[in-house]
Structure formats: structure tokens, C-alpha cells
Design a protein around this ligand. Structure first.
Ligand code: UGA
Length: 438
């Protein structure tokens, strides 16, 4: 089956690569010429486990290609996936500019029945909006092609996105016709045949499922962060609290790890969009509203803790391990590190940073070379530092040579904002240990 995917970002690339791996003939379209040339050489602009191998294999097999030319791809495709960005606007609402551009492009080149699948996270009602745009353009062209819109939200987690695509917890299809339903079923047949649930509903419900899911995850993380903060005050251990809570199958152990606050390109944006949607419909989603506020406080709390424990940050050097919003990604979008490092840098003299994959993007953000220094190893980052601060739970930070670190630091503050280490162990080495919630 011939398919094209609009957008060569995280979602578009994973979708295109995985669909080609499932046996489809896929063209991925993006306006960025450099990116497309790069991809056609088998080079992948983002770090995502397993993606490069999949792209190279399917490029060689000619089941995947990249282009900037939408005309040929639209005309040749039976199914068109939209996976372009839906960034937030100032008021938290969703900027649908790229979605609208793609809808217009599709309408321009439509030459027969096609299915238009929305993968991007879009507010409820966007499917209908796309339909209207295409119908209007077709009327202007005096053409009468039929088409169907499908909502097929993605639930990919960065770092494990390929695996999430191939082995999802569920597939959601918001459909409006039997024809599109059957074709979509066929696309995902090799996945759903392995006992993966397929939930078929209408487009509005499918669009809502995505927001309701992401906001719930944000809420869950924020809940455990607030419980962790309270644990510190009452002398309880949040790790044991979370483990015991997670044993209740109604709660589940996932998304109960306290940390410096949730970040990334999805949870912060989607919680704001849901709040915006609720306000627009006169049904405020107050819990989610509060989640956003509490998440901002969590980042401030991290900054306050470092300041309080060290006393005065003037003249101090801080070694930071991990700046990406989570491990196994090179992404810093809305990462807690953005607020935390900029706040610390207002007082501390030097922030030394090491991140296994985040340096390239990090240099663009932490660009003040008088304040921020990028290092090649965790050891270089903490050399002559007064404090070590872990913000991302990279595997690389699990077994640090603690003696080496201790011998090279100036002072011995150890802030473990992902609870990667046992406090007793760290204290045995002579550090002052501070985790979250214990
Ligand atoms: C999230 C959802 O998990 C995906 O299902 C969804 O498809 C995706 O957004 C999207 O809408 O595209 P992602 O942004 O990759 O995926 O990140 P998560 O794994 O959800 O983590 C989000 C944030 O929560 C990170 O900053 C992470 O460190 C934090 N987190 C997560 C915690 O602090 N504790 C936890 O227990 C889990």
C-alpha cells in the first residue's frame, strides 16, 4: 500500500520508518530541504533508539524515501498521514498553522479517494476543520473527489518510540466510514494480530483520548512529586510509598518516579491545551490546571533546595549531569533543566554540564559561554565543582566512580533529583546527599 507521511520530526520519522517496516511503501515529506537530503543519505537528525537502523534498512529496500515534493507523493498515495508539529500559542491553545498548510496542500493535489490520517496531537474538532478546508479547496478547484479523515493519535515515548509503535498498548482509530475503517485495520493488521487492542470510535473521541491520556500521565507524575515533597517533611520514604502504591493493580507502578518536574514536547504542551479547551467550552479541567502550577513549583523547589543547602551560590561551581527532559533522548524541549540551570546561573559563577546526548541542542540553549561549560564526561563536569546535580536519569550515571568524583570536587554537595543513588552509600563517601522525597 502506498502511503505518505507529512512531517519528518520525531513522530513523522518514527511513523514513516515503522510503516515501511510493516510492509508499506512510504514517502516521508518535509519542507526542509537539508533535512530531506540528509535523511536520503541514511543520516538521522535526531537520537532515537533503533530509528537509524530502520530508516537505513528501508531506504536500501526502497520501501522508504524522503522528499520535499508533496504533489507526486499525494497523487500516488492511498493513505496520507499528517505528523507535523502542533506547537503551543501564548495562551496555551494549539497552533494549527502547519496542519492547515498540509490540509491545503493535500486539497491542491487530491486526485481521487484518499484517507487522511491525523497523527499529530490536535484539539477536538480538528478532524472536522481539516475536512472543511479540503472541501472548500476542492470546490474552488471544481473537483468532486471523496476522501475520509481518520484520527489515529500516537502514544510514542521518546527514547522507546520505535518499540511503542511496533508493540503499542493499544491503537486508537477515530473513523467516519467503513471504507476508511477497513483500510486502517489493514495497515495495522500485523500489529493487532498479536493481541494488541484496537479501539475504534468516532473522530472527536479519538482526539480526546490523546489529551486525556497525556494529561493523566502529567497528573500522575505531579502527584508523586507532591507526595515526595511531603515525605521529606514527615520523614517518610517516597520510593517505598510509590512501590507500595504501584502494587495496587488499579494504580500501577508506572509514572510514579519523583523528579525535577515533567518536561518534553508533549506533556507540558498538552496539559495547557486541555486546560484551554476546557475553558473554551466552559468546563474547566481544574485538576490539570493545578498540575501545571504544581509542576512549575517543582522546578523552583529544586532550585531552592540547591540554594538552601549550599547557603550562598556566589562564586560556586555546579556540575550538572543530564539536561535532556528524560534519558535516551537528545531533546531539551521544555526540559526542567531550562528553568533550573538558568535560575542557578543567576548566582553561581559557573555551571559545568555533561549530557550523553544533549550537548548539541544544549549548546543552542545554554549559549552564554561565560556561565555554561559543556564537558565530555561526568567526571570533567564535577571537577573542582562545589556541587553535583543529577537532573536526568541516564544509565551512564548509575555507576559513577564515586571516589574519583569525591577526590576531584571542591565541596561535596550531591543533589540526586532522580533518586538514582542510595543516600547511605553516597554519605559513606563523605558527600552531603539530597534526593527527592526521602
Ligand atoms: C509522552 C507520553 O508518555 C506518550 O505516550 C505520548 O505519545 C507522547 O508524550 C506524545 O504525546 O507524543 P514523552 O514526552 O516522550 O511521552 O515523555 P514521557 O516518557 O511521558 O515523560 C514525560 C516527562 O515526565 C519527562 O520529563 C519524564 O522525566 C517525566 N517523568 C515520567 C517523571 O518525572 N516520572 C515518571 O515516573 C515518569
Amino acid at each position: 500500500m502506498k502511503i505518505c507521511v507529512f512531517g519528518a520530526g520525531y513522530v513523522g520519522l518514527v511513523t514513516a520508518a515503522c510503516l515501511s517496516e510493516l510492509g508499506m511503501d512510504v514517502t516521508c515529506i518535509d519542507k526542509n530541504e537539508n533535512k530531506i537530503a540528509f535523511l536520503n543519505e541514511g543520516k538521522v537528525p535526531i537520537y532515537e533508539h533503533g530509528l537509524k537502523g530502520l530508516i537505513c534498512k528501508n531506504l536500501i529496500n526502497r520501501t522508504l524515501n524522503f522528499t520535499t515534493d508533496p504533489k507526486k507523493s499525494i497523487e500516488a498515495s492511498e493513505v496520507i498521514f499528517i505528523a507535523v508539529g502542533t506547537p503551543p500559542l501564548e495562551d496555551g491553545s494549539t497552533n494549527l498553522k502547519y496542519i492547515i498548510q498540509v490540509a491545503n496542500t493535500i486539497a491542491n493535489y487530491l486526485n481521487g479517494y484518499k484517507i487522511i490520517v491525523i497523527k499529530s496531537t490536535v484539539p477536538v474538532g480538528t478532524g472536522e476543520m481539516i475536512k472543511k478546508i479540503i472541501n472548500k479547496e476542492l470546490a474552488a478547484r471544481k473537483k468532486e473527489y471523496s476522501f475520509d479523515v481518520v484520527s489515529n493519535p500516537e502514544f510514542l515515548k521518546q527514547g522507546v518510540a520505535v518499540n511503542d509503535f511496533m508493540k503499542p498498548d493499544r491503537i486508537i482509530l477515530g473513523v467516519e466510514s467503513e471504507q476508511s475503517h477497513l483500510i486502517m485495520r489493514k495497515i495495522y493488521e500485523s500489529i493487532t494480530s498479536k493481541n494488541i487492542p484496537l479501539i475504534v470510535t468516532n473522530i472527536r473521541t479519538a482526539e480526546m483520548i490523546k489529551y486525556a491520556s497525556n494529561a493523566f500521565l502529567a497528573l500522575k507524575v505531579t502527584y508523586i512529586n507532591e507526595i515526595a515533597n511531603l515525605c521529606e517533611k514527615v520523614g517518610a520514604n517516597v520510593l517505598i510509598v510509590a512501590e507500595a502504591m504501584g502494587r495496587d493493580s488499579r494504580i500501577s507502578p508506572k509514572f510514579l518516579k519523583p523528579g525535577p518536574g515533567f518536561g518534553g514536547s508533549c506533556l507540558p504542551k498538552d496539559t495547557k491545551a486541555l486546560v484551554n479547551m476546557g475553558n473554551n467550552y466552559g468546563e474547566p479541567v481544574s485538576l490539570v490546571q493545578q498540575t501545571i502550577v504544581a509542576n512549575e513549583k517543582q522546578k523552583q523547589r529544586v532550585v531552592d533546595k540547591v540554594k538552601q543547602k549550599i547557603g550562598c551560590l556566589q562564586g560556586k561551581t555546579i556540575g550538572v549531569l543530564g539536561i535532556t527532559f528524560k534519558s535516551n533522548t537528545d531533546d531539551l524541549r521544555d526540559a526542567p533543566s531550562l528553568f533550573i540551570l538558568n535560575s542557578l546561573a543567576k548566582e553561581a559563577v559557573k555551571i559545568k554540564i555533561f549530557d550523553p546526548q544533549g550537548e548539541k541542542n544544549g549548546r543552542l540553549i545554554f549559549s552564554d559561554t561565560q556561565k555554561f561549560y559543556f564537558c565530555k564526561s561526568p567526571y570533567e563536569a564535577v571537577e573542582h565543582a562545589d556541587a553535583l546535580v543529577i537532573l536526568t536519569d541516564w544509565e551512564d550515571f548509575k555507576n559513577l566512580d564515586l571516589l574519583r568524583i569525591k577526590n576531584n570536587m571542591k565541596d561535596y554537595y550531591f543533589f540526586d533529583f532522580r533518586n538514582m543513588y542510595e543516600p547511605d552509600l553516597i554519605e559513606q563517601y563523605g558527600f552531603h546527599y539530597f534526593g527527592i522525597g526521602r
